[in-house]
Design a protein around this ligand. Sequence first.
Ligand code: BES
Ligand code: ZN
Length: 636
Amino acid sequence: MKLLARLAIVGVLLLSGCRASESGNQAQPQAAEAAIAPILTTPDAVDTHSFARPLEARVTHVALDLTVDFDARRLAGTAILDIDRRPDAKEIVLDDAGLEIQSVSDGSKHPLPFKVGVKDPNLGSPLTIGLQPDTRRLIITYKSAPDAGALLWLTPDQTAGKKMPFLFSQGEAIENRSWIPTQDSPGIRQTWEAAIHVPAGMTVVMSAPRVEQPITQGGESVFNFRMDHSVASYMIAIGVGDLAFKSLGPRTGVWAEPVTLDAAARELADTEKMVAAAEKLYGPYRWGRYDVLVLPPSFPYGGQENPNMTFLTPTFIAGDKSLVSLVAHELAHSWSGNLATNAVWNDFWLNEGMTTYAEGRIVEELYGKKAAEEHAALSIDAMNKAVADAGGPRAPDTRLHLDLKGRHPDEGLSDISYEKGAEFLRTIESIVGRDRFDAWLKGWFNRHAFQPVTSAIFLADIRANLVKGDKALEDKLMLDRWVYQPGIPPNMARPPATTFAEQDKAEAAFAAGGATPSNWAQWNTAERLRFLNRLPRKLPKSRLAALQSAFDLNGASNMEIRFAWLDLAVSNRYDPALPSLEQFLTSQGRGKFVKPLIEALAKDPSWGRPIAKRIYARARPLYHPLVTRDLDKLKL
Ligand code: BES
Ligand code: ZN
């Protein structure tokens, strides 16, 4: 009923939208709702990672009605798409990765012709649907494939609570085309709604507000969601399992498996304060509630900024809030990323670099200047490592504005986008002063809320609203050099040289054969990480044994520390770390942790590879397709 009423309203809007596009001769269709951002038309905003041709016909609203089938590992049902099109458009192209499509019809159930095109290994296939002159709505009946790239289906045994199966999705960058037949491009915003059917007793959360209380009948529960703000398709997400909720504040709360809920809520105690800090910096939080979902250990990322419902790895739970900058990061995406969204993956830094900068500011607001300086110094270490990994300061992939054509967009997922991006903004801040920079940044989010953005739009905006023709300032900032040239410009702002002085001194002494650091117990997580990550990659085994016996790093409960240690252990074929390594790799599936370790093992034919083979065979069922996709290439 509700759905039909809504569709009727959208129908009226579509008609008026269509009249407008017939009267004008714009290169693109009018948005069905004035609120939905138009498609950018410049060449740098053409998405090479989607088959869609949105200037001819685009999706404006998606309505899903899906049943979750844990036995078949499929989502099955219908997607009703509202489209906006040029009057002369003959077809609409959607993105598809392995969907099993039963039928396509228009809004009055008249069948429409459709064709699934040749499969590209990175992108999947175009799904081309023939349009009649009056087609404004598509009804697609389909199922996702059991190996859909966005979805991870866990058996009860693979969850923390071991009681019920679990399903979750990861849409970014281009995975959602494996369960939603729509235009899967970050520059094509869509509103959406969903009705999700699950076995009674299970709970569904999505990246949108719930519309009403779930209805349970005949062994099945139905959950309804609706997102009235237009979003990029990668921001549609689902989690299904044995989930419980705990409030964290008036606008914030946490969902998790019951056995994880209390520890998660304790770790997340500062969430409401973080929202307030972020609003002070960037203007009102525009999405209503900010809840987080703590996933089973298989979640492939640290976090994912799904609107209204950040998804988090349970590995951030350290017991002392020392890893909650992850929450600051995902929250900051509510502005950078979810409000102002990279139009194409080449400009991924506009999502991640701006967010990493904002993360640092939220950390400063909550935990003080020293913590923020340490955060920034680690950021610079990570950036330098990323430059080296990319092939040095002349390598093209060290540019902020990337060229990912012909490659999978996840290849843009390097610390160049994150850390060089953040350093760029810190540099601007230090040159123009915090007050001026903050005023510009707040304005940026207001001017580009719910819009796609590009590097060129960023540069034009900062010139118009911050530089304002000041020639001397323009020269100092080196804006184009930061965005379009490889390497790190010479004007980069740096945290004070004293930031990690104590750790660096201790590291040098220890590497030269001296004692283990005497202040370790007083050091925070950032300080310990600086020490471990700065150690030479090759160390005598006796040095590793000294660290292990002083600090029991094999038993570290802080997952970042544990990873830093295991990374060092693997580089040195340090056998006493193997039980810890095996436990680490078979108890969580965060790509950032498991990929480098397994890859490093696999590269060492005599010592590491047999270990990798044995562990991967055990660990693989726990890992998300996004992680196994890369690790399977090692042919273990
Ligand atoms: N949106 C990203 C994760 C992502 C990027 C997924 C690209 C798929 C493609 C998320 O906000 C993120 O950056 N997560 C980081 C944590 C952060 C604190 C650096 C992660 O998962 O490690
Ligand atoms: Zn991010």
